[in-house]
Design a protein around this ligand. Structure first.
Ligand SMILES: *Cc1c(COP(=O)(O)O)cnc(C)c1O
Ligand code: SF4
Length: 338
């Protein structure tokens, strides 16, 4: 197992600037030896380094820390219910590596917590009562839970008659594949079909160990999907996205969403201008397997939900803002605060 590297900054193979140390004081640094091993250049030109290294720019913006009103949308313990028929269950709150672009980074300093059996039961009851059909087990990273416990959580949700689809969101296969235990997977595979929502952002995140795990998971019958985040300086080029999406597809992973980086405090330096995001998809379309092309997903502030854009979408702009229509038919103006 790859050792965890946390706030003992003396262990780092690189020096943090004063500004980066101030950022790390608010959003703690944490990663794995494995993920650090994927870094090729210890500076901000490296797509892996950018995702793990504290950056002074994180404490320079004044966007809301919770524009999605997750706190308010929490209906049953740890359950976020914003859309008809589907909900997110936050099984724990720890991750193996802190992604600097994380939209829940405001919660990194909370004490580690894991859903209790009672909370799982209550969430399952809520799903039944509201006739939820699709549950996303997220966190934190649920793959950090003891395998038997994650299996028990999945089993509880499987017992809910209304629930047809179970997804598990995890980044562990990307940041520490050795830590994904085959005996956990062997338990979970019996609860299939299970959709595993992975989080690869750059081809530099491939490795022989990671590929072996993907191969095993695919052969074990998991349905593998990927949700990338479009990140300025990391993957905002046609060439990088081409290799990322084709590389995923080749490994049996369907590129599901390309997320527009959220306008959440501490991550907006990664935000890509929306016209550029759509241009990226447009420039790939036709040149790449249709299977490899994800939707662009924009999570609107105010808890209004995601808007999905395809490569042919024509953006409407008003000043510096984009006019987007929610799935409920409401027009909203979206963009970075000046
Ligand atoms: C993204 C999200 C979902 C799932 O959305 P899909 O478009 O079905 O993948 C469900 N609930 C919340 C709160 C979400 O943010
Ligand atoms: S794995 Fe997900 S929840 Fe964890 S730090 Fe990364 S983006 Fe945030």
């Amino acid at each position: 197992m790859s050792r965890l590297i946390t706030d003992d900054h003396s262990l780092l193979p690189f020096k943090l600037s004063g500004a980066a140390r101030s950022a790390a004081a608010i959003y703690p640094f944490k990663t794995t030896e494995y993920y650090l091993g994927l870094v090729r250049h210890l500076n901000m030109s490296d797509p892996v380094f950018l995702q793990l290294a504290p950056d002074g720019r994180e404490i320079e913006d004044n966007h809301s820390p919770d524009p999605f009103c997750e706190e308010e949308k929490t209906k049953a313990p740890r359950l976020i219910h914003r859309y008809p028929q589907r909900a997110v269950f936050l099984a724990n709150n720890s991750c193996a590596s802190h992604c600097r672009h994380c939209m829940r980074k405001r919660r990194w300093t909370e004490a580690p917590s894991v859903a209790s059996v009672e909370e799982v039961k209550e969430a399952a009851r809520y799903c039944q009562e509201k006739q939820i059909e699709d549950i996303i087990i997220s966190g934190g990273d649920p793959f950090l839970l003891p395998g038997a416990y994650l299996d028990e959580i999945v089993a509880r949700f499987r017992e809910v008659p209304s629930l047809k689809i179970i997804r598990i969101g995890t980044r562990l296969p990307v940041v520490d594949p050795e830590r994904v235990k085959r005996n956990m997977l062997n338990k979970l595979r019996k609860r299939g079909p299970l959709y595993l929502m992975l989080h690869y952002n750059h081809p530099q995140e491939w490795s022989p160990l990671g590929d072996e795990l993907l191969d095993d998971m695919r052969r074990m019958g998991f349905l593998l999907m990927n949700q990338s985040v479009l990140l300025k300086g990391v993957n905002d080029s046609e060439e990088t996205l081409y290799h990322l999406f084709m590389g995923l597809l080749q490994r049996g992973v369907k590129p599901y969403y390309l997320h527009q980086c959220d306008l959440v405090r501490g991550v907006t330096h990664f935000w890509v201008e929306l016209t550029r995001s759509v241009d990226l998809l447009r420039n790939l379309q036709g040149h790449i397997s249709g299977l490899a092309l994800p939707y662009l997903a924009i999570d609107l502030p105010g808890g209004l939900g995601k808007v999905l854009l395809g490569p042919s979408h024509r953006l409407q702009k008003s000043g510096s803002r984009y006019k987007l229509r929610t799935f409920r038919g409401k027009d909203v103006f979206y963009g970075k605060e000046e």
